[in-house]
Design a protein around this ligand. Structure first.
Ligand SMILES: [Zn+2]
Length: 345
C-alpha cells in the first residue's frame, strides 16, 4: 500500500486502467493522486495491481467467528434479525470487544490488498459509532461505506436492509434515507427470489447476493443500473448455492449488470478478497479480467475508483514474483486472480 502525503515514482509491470492492460511503466504519485503512468522499456520485476474493494461485509460478526452451528439450523436461524445466532452473540458481546474484533478484521483486510469496503452494521447509532471507532483505531485508512439500521442509518452513509421480508417499514426507511441523499442497499435473493422485485422497486444503490434472481429480475437491474454485490463463498458455505448457476454471475455479466464482489459475514468467511477471487475463478468459470473488475469496481460506489489511471487515487499494491513460484507465471493477471495469497503482497 502507498503513502498519501508524499510524492514518489514507482516502476514495474503495471496492471493499467479499466482494461487491466499489463505494461512496463512507472507511476508518478503526488499527494496520493496518480499524476502520470508512463511506459518504459524495461521495468523492475514486480507486479503493480490495483487495490481491491470488498463490496459486502459484516465486520462486527468477527466476534462470532466459526461459532458452532447445530445441525438443521436454517439461514434465518443463523443471521436473520433480531434473534438469529449472530445477533444473540453480538448482543452478548461487550462493546469494546466488538470494536477490537472489527479493528483486527480491518487490519487483516488492509494486509490482504483491500483498500475499501461497504459494511452492513447492526446495533443502531451505537453500532455505527463502534465501526467508526474501529476504523480510527485500526490506522488502516481504509475507505468505508457504512450502512446502518435501527436508527444507525441516520449517522451512517446510508441504510443496509436485511431483506424486504422484514416488512413494509423497511421500504419506508429506505425511502426516507434516499430522500436525505443517503445510500440504500438491500440483501435480496439470498434464499429465494421473493424479496427481489420490491427491493428493485425501491431503486436502491446496491443489491447484495441475488443468488436466486431470475432473468427478468437481472434485466431490470441492468436497465436500472443497479449494481449487484455477489458473495460466492458465503452462498456456498451457507448452503444457498452449490454450482456456478447461483448466483448467476455469467448471466448477470451477459445481461450487462454491474457485478461486484464481497466476502459477506466474517462469522463464516474471512474478509480476504484474494481468496474470494480465487474461489470465484475456479467455481464459476469466468475470465480473470472479469473477476478482477468485480473486485475493483466497488470503489466507484464511493466515487474513488482504484483503477490505476491518471487522476485516480494511488490505491495499488505490489507483488514480488521473484520470492516464489509466481516468477514462472505467463499471465500475471490470471495468477493474481487465481492464486496470489495475501502473503505474496
Ligand atoms: Zn450480508
Amino acid at each position: 500500500m502507498t503513502g498519501v502525503t508524499d510524492s514518489y515514482i514507482i516502476a514495474g509491470r503495471v496492471c493499467y486502467g479499466r482494461e487491466f492492460e499489463l505494461v512496463d511503466a512507472e507511476i508518478e504519485v503526488e499527494n496520493g493522486i496518480i499524476r502520470s503512468v508512463n511506459e518504459i522499456s524495461s521495468a523492475p520485476d514486480q507486479w503493480i495491481f490495483p487495490c481491491l474493494f470488498n463490496a459486502h461485509t459484516h465486520l462486527a460478526d468477527t466476534v462470532a467467528m466459526d461459532a458452532e452451528i447445530k445441525q438443521g439450523m436454517t439461514l434465518s436461524d443463523l443471521v436473520a434479525p433480531p434473534n438469529g445466532l449472530k445477533h444473540r452473540i453480538l448482543n452478548e458481546t461487550p462493546s469494546e470487544i466488538r470494536i477490537d474484533a472489527m479493528t483486527e478484521s480491518l487490519r487483516f483486510m488492509k494486509r490482504s490488498t483491500t483498500a475499501g469496503f461497504c459494511d452492513f452494521r447492526d446495533g443502531g447509532v451505537n453500532g455505527v459509532n463502534e465501526l467508526k471507532t474501529a476504523l480510527r483505531l485500526s490506522g488502516t485508512g481504509l475507505k468505508a461505506l457504512i450502512l446502518g439500521r435501527e436508527g444507525g442509518e441516520k449517522i451512517a452513509d446510508g441504510i443496509g436492509v436485511s431483506s424486504t421480508k422484514e416488512g413494509e417499514h423497511v421500504l419506508r426507511l429506505a425511502e426516507e434515507t434516499k430522500k436525505r441523499g443517503g445510500f440504500v442497499a438491500f440483501h435480496a435473493g439470498e434464499k429465494d427470489n421473493r424479496d427481489i422485485d420490491n427491493a428493485i422497486d425501491a431503486q436502491p444503490d446496491l443489491l447484495i447476493h441475488m443468488t436466486h434472481a431470475n432473468d427478468s429480475q437481472l434485466r431490470r437491474c441492468a436497465d436500472l443500473d443497479i449494481p449487484i454485490a455477489v458473495c460466492p463463498r458465503s452462498n456456498h458455505i451457507l448452503g444457498q448455492a452449490s454450482s456456478k448457476d447461483n448466483p448467476p454471475i455469467r448471466k448477470m455479466l451477459d445481461f450487462g449488470c454491474k457485478v461486484l464482489l464481497g466476502t459477506d459475514n466474517v462469522m463464516f468467511v474471512q474478509p480476504d478478497m484474494c481468496a474470494e477471487m480465487s474461489f470465484t475463478y475456479y467455481a464459476y468459470g469466468l475470465k480473470s479480467e472479469e473477476i478482477l473488475d468485480m473486485a475493483v469496481a466497488g470503489s466507484e460506489l464511493i466515487n474513488s475508483p482504484f483503477y490505476i489511471e491518471e487522476g485516480n487515487i494511488a490505491a495499488f499494491h505490489t507483488v514480488n514474483p521473484r520470492a516464489s513460484n509466481l516468477r514462472f507465471s505467463r499471465s500475471p493477471e490470471k495468477s493474481f486472480v487465481n492464486r496470489v495469497a495475501f502473503t505474496d503482497v
